[in-house]
Design a protein around this ligand. Structure first.
Ligand code: FAD
Ligand code: ZN
Length: 462
């Protein structure tokens, strides 16, 4: 593999080689995958990305696009062969333009999500995509995984935020699709192909994105409910009465809450530990939560919740969100866990959690289900912690069988084995098993048409 030409394309400051510390580029965020690479390219422009792919296409060099490397499926790191080149977008981090009147902005793919939110906020607009990794993940990675997060209920996933894309194809040609239009029915909507493609069809170099009016008067509450189906009924009732003002509705099981209280400093459950489920919800009604308070009183009267606490200040609001965001961290203190990012129709969430929990305890008595997630989107993070008295390796060895058991339950409820984190290398077999042969074959044909030499992130997704 001749790498000198690639180094010349990006110039002296545009690459890292084997004498540099490349560990951050070849190790997945949770440490589950370690790969190897002879070269990390750090292009600074679309023209450089184009020249890189043109060369790799001609020389059949495999390319792994990388954003913030916070993905949880092993998609952003090279394999162990040492034959794959990493293309990190981190130097392409400019906001190219902001158009407050058009409620849009154009950002380069390497723009950190939190910086993009701040650029929108500076002109009194909102970019609603929000997730716990927002200080590190990049918009290019968010689009390539079709990320979800905590505001999907009101604004949709990353896909819904996109007006146009600039994409470099495997052969180096550039789709200059940065249109900022709400309406555009001119032929196939090509940008959709690259959203959620996890770098297997091309490299996203920039995006024009939809902005929204800034939210005022946020109301945040933590509620106690008796069951997951009851949480779903409460959600339906609040959506009916609050409509679009309801922007987040997150479910936390009692075991998840208990782990957070036990392990994470500065987090405390302000409600009794008694109830089996908690809901963290947020509204934007322009009245600092007065309407939310009234609706919650009504819902209490209707028997839809048993207890509630409303945040009275921004500090209290942050404290409630810290509980939700700390669940994964808290789980680390309980040894190994097997994680399943799945979705089912919203109305089926309660029944799915019950059925899957029963299947888990039949299969592995002593294993503890830590379920939480974005109920408003039907998205459950169905995590399972090891039995306390087991060695971690014994539990981790169950990974494939446990995943299959959970995905089978998901399939019974017509759900998806991959809700918001993507497929990467983690769920490739599941894709083959749980998507129909017709769909898989069409994905293969698209891949072959766009990337005939299979240089774009090979071994991922398909
Ligand atoms: P990376 O991890 O670098 O890459 C992800 C995939 O996209 C890889 O396949 C990579 O090859 C490809 N890729 C990256 N950039 C490009 C590009 N410019 N062009 C083409 N392909 C590209 N996800 C959610 O959806 N919701 C959550 O609530 C959420 N919470 C999280 C919380 C934490 C603490 C962490 C660590 C992760 C969380 N994630 C969540 C997962 C992760 O943050 C998202 O998947 C995120 O969108 C990944 O962005 P990234 O820039 O880190 O992408
Ligand atoms: Zn999530």
């Amino acid at each position: 593999m001749n790498l000198e030409q690639l180094k010349r394309i990006v110039g002296e400051n545009g690459w890292l080689g084997e004498s540099d510390d490349l560990s951050a580029y070849v190790t997945e965020w949770r440490g589950s995958w370690h790969g190897a690479t002879p070269l990390v390219l750090l292009p600074a422009s679309t023209a450089e990305v184009s020249a890189i792919l043109k060369h790799c296409h001609a020389e059949r060099i495999a390319v792994v696009p990388q954003g913030g490397n916070t993905g949880l499926c092993g998609g952003a790191v090279p394999d162990e062969s040492g034959q794959q080149v990493v293309v990190s977008l981190r130097r392409m981090n400019r906001i190219r333009s902001v158009s407050p009147d058009n409620f849009s902005l154009v950002a380069e793919a390497g723009c950190i999500l939190a910086n993009l939110q701040a650029a929108a906020s500076q002109v009194g607009r909102l970019f609603p995509l929000s997730l716990a990794a927002e200080g590190s993940c990049q918009i290019g990675g968010n689009l390539s995984t079709n990320a979800g997060g905590v505001n999907v209920l009101r604004y949709g996933t990353a896909r819904e935020q996109v007006l146009g894309l600039e994409v470099v194809l495997a052969d180096g040609s550039v789709i200059d699709g940065l249109r900022e239009l709400r309406k555009d029915t001119a032929g196939y909507d090509l940008k959709q192909l690259f959203i959620g493609a996890e770098g297997t069809l091309g490299i996203i170099t920039a995006a024009s994105l939809r902005l929204f009016p800034e939210v005022t008067g946020v109301g945040t509450a933590l509620l106690a409910v008796d069951s997951a189906p009851q949480a779903v009924r409460l959600l339906a009732e609040l959506r009916r009465s609050l409509g679009d003002q309801l922007q987040a509705f997150e479910l936390i099981s009692a075991p998840a809450m208990e782990l957070v209280s036990r392990h994470i400093a500065d987090t405390r459950n302000p409600l009794d530990d008694g109830p089996p489920w908690f809901v963290l919800l947020e509204t934007a009604s322009g009245d600092d939560g007065a309407m939310l308070e009234q609706e919650l009183m009504r819902a209490t009267g209707a028997g839809l919740l048993s207890d509630a606490v409303l945040a009275k200040s921004e500090a209290e609001r942050q404290a409630l969100w810290r509980i939700r965001h700390a669940v994964s961290e808290a789980q680390k203190h309980e040894g190994a866990s097997l994680k399943h990012d799945v979705s089912v129709p919203v109305g089926a969430i309660g029944d799915f959690i019950d059925a899957a929990s029963r299947a888990v305890s039949n299969y592995c008595p002593g294993a503890r289900v830590i379920a939480f997630g974005h109920v408003g989107d039907g998205n459950v993070h169905f995590n399972v912690s090891q039995p306390p008295d087991w060695p971690a390796e014994r539990f981790i060895a169950l990974r494939a069988d446990m995943a299959d058991l959970v995905y089978r339950e998901v399939a019974k409820f017509a759900g998806s084995f991959s809700a918001e984190h993507g497929v990467g290398v983690l769920k490739r077999e599941a894709l083959l098993r749980y998507r129909s042969p017709v769909e898989v074959e069409l994905m293969r044909r698209l891949k072959a048409a766009l990337d005939p030499h299979n240089i774009m992130n090979p071994g991922k997704v398909l």
